[in-house]
Design a protein around this ligand. Sequence first.
Ligand SMILES: Cc1cc2nc3c(=O)[nH]c(=O)nc-3n(C[C@H](O)[C@H](O)[C@H](O)COP(=O)(O)O)c2cc1C
Length: 199
Amino acid sequence: MNVLVLNGSPRKNGNTERLLSHVIAGIEEGSKAEGLSAPVVVREQIGGRLIHGCTACFACSRNSNMRCIQEDDCVNDIVAKMAVADAILIGSPTYFADLTPETKAIIDRCGFVVGGNGDFLRRKIGAAVVAVRRAGGIHAFDSINHFFLIKGMIVPGSTYWNIGVARDIGDADRDEEGVRTMKNLGLQIAWLHAKLAGK
Ligand SMILES: Cc1cc2nc3c(=O)[nH]c(=O)nc-3n(C[C@H](O)[C@H](O)[C@H](O)COP(=O)(O)O)c2cc1C
């Protein structure tokens, strides 16, 4: 299984990154249990990079060449990685009860390129992961899931919504239920991939 993991936090080794790592550990364990080969995981640091917003030029729909016309940031590279992924994890910390701007820019830009190119994310697996200090995490979680669902992706559940409660770097590892939720999410993703692959 090819897994693309996008970390929307500007803190490279922060809580979102830790939570995503727990999901990956679950996918690895679940892949073994399902008799799948080890997952190929590609991690991309989105947060902290300069990523332009969508300019609503609609060139991606006119050109249908799997590219955004803005070539001076990482978006087209991410689009190409999305195209070959079986599962896409998007993680973001909660910023004012929503996503980081970098995560939102990826969703807007990639979302339009995907729409202008035959909705190629259809039936891939999508999972949102969110770090939150106190409140607004569910809204950020919903924002990511809106992207997956409008693109026809399949969104597995876990044993709670995929949110880790954390403030300072490292807190996420101490949120025992959050860690368990991420691990279980990974197991679910592996199980679902096995079913989709006819295993
Ligand atoms: C600009 C900014 C806005 C934030 N807004 C919220 C918020 O609305 N609700 C909340 O509970 N935490 C908020 N936080 C805290 C982060 O979500 C929290 O510290 C999280 O664990 C950071 O994850 P990271 O280490 O992956 O960056 C905010 C942090 C920053 C820097």
